[in-house]
Design a protein around this ligand. Structure first.
Ligand SMILES: [Zn+2]
Length: 277
């Protein structure tokens, strides 16, 4: 879900202002995103989703949104003298375009912050620039998630459903976001503890397994076929199973539900791991 950001367009400028911690920055972008959604709700007089990136962008003062084929890039933010332009990759699914647009709004919110981010600061307050870029991208994703799937509204919708893969599909459709974006957000705010794994097929010639990526923690786990994940991949149906995990140094068997999405080379499996079941 990474989105390219033009280096010339400013980021958080390291002026003489005091550095801000990641926690403070998360709080800032979240509150700004909530305020923007509040403004949209007031303007249109309707609280229900979807909250569209384009509508929010114009409220944030973005002058123009252009849809064009950007190849591998999700979106671009360009700063002109009289304001910002967002370019969005028109070859992507509209729901992915929606998140890309919201991510770029996140960059404009970071510009408002106008304080250097303190990431991995050493004793002389020098920061690792790669870590700062990664942190900024994460902050923009946090802003995008709050803009398109406001915690308060999503919680209300979640309360009406059992937690399952089909709930993620339904809510992704209602909020007009990708399955992956909905799965990550739902795993973060669900009252029932759960994790999400994104599985992809190994591309090495001799390996026929899958590798999984815990969306909230970058832990790689392998899964050899045949397995519930490979069955989900082949059948396109939701598959329920149990799998052993090590969570906070404790080994545990958890219920898991897996389903395949996408097609061809981009096909993947999402597993919802129920940590308490
Ligand atoms: Zn970005």
């Amino acid at each position: 879900m990474s989105t390219h950001f033009l280096p010339g367009s400013g980021a958080v400028s390291p002026g003489l202002s005091l550095p801000i911690s990641i926690e403070e920055a998360i709080d800032f972008v979240t509150k700004r995103a909530q305020a923007l959604v509040g403004e949209l709700v007031k303007k249109r007089g309707r609280e229900e989703p979807p909250f569209l990136g384009e509508e929010l962008a114009y409220l944030q003062g973005i002058k123009k949104i252009e849809k064009t084929d950007l190849g591998e890039i999700d979106a671009l933010l360009i700063r002109h003298q009289d304001g910002y332009i967002i370019k969005i990759n028109s070859s992507h699914h509209p729901f992915r375009q929606n998140f890309s647009c919201a991510h770029e709004i996140g960059h404009t919110i970071l510009h408002e912050l106008d304080r250097p981010l303190c990431v991995d600061c050493d004793e002389f307050r020098q920061t690792n620039s790669n870590a700062v870029i990664k942190a900024m991208e994460r902050l923009c994703d946090i802003a995008a998630a709050e803009l398109l799937m406001p915690e308060k509204t999503l919680k209300k919708y979640l309360a009406g459903f059992d937690l399952s893969i089909s709930t993620i599909e339904r809510l992704a459709h209602i909020f007009k976001v990708s399955i992956q974006a909905a799965a990550i957000r739902i795993s973060q705010i669900s009252t029932e503890p759960c994790s999400v794994i994104l599985w992809k097929q190994c591309q090495k010639p001799r390996s026929k397994g899958f590798f999984g990526y815990f969306m909230r923690k970058p832990i790689y786990i392998s899964d050899r076929i045949p397995s519930p994940v490979s069955r989900a991949f082949e059948s396109n149906m939701p598959i329920k199973s149990f799998k052993g995990f090590e969570i906070n140094d404790i080994k545990k068997r958890c219920q898991m539900e897996s389903k395949a999405f996408g097609q061809g080379k981009t096909k993947y499996v999402i597993s919802l791991v129920f940590l308490g079941r």
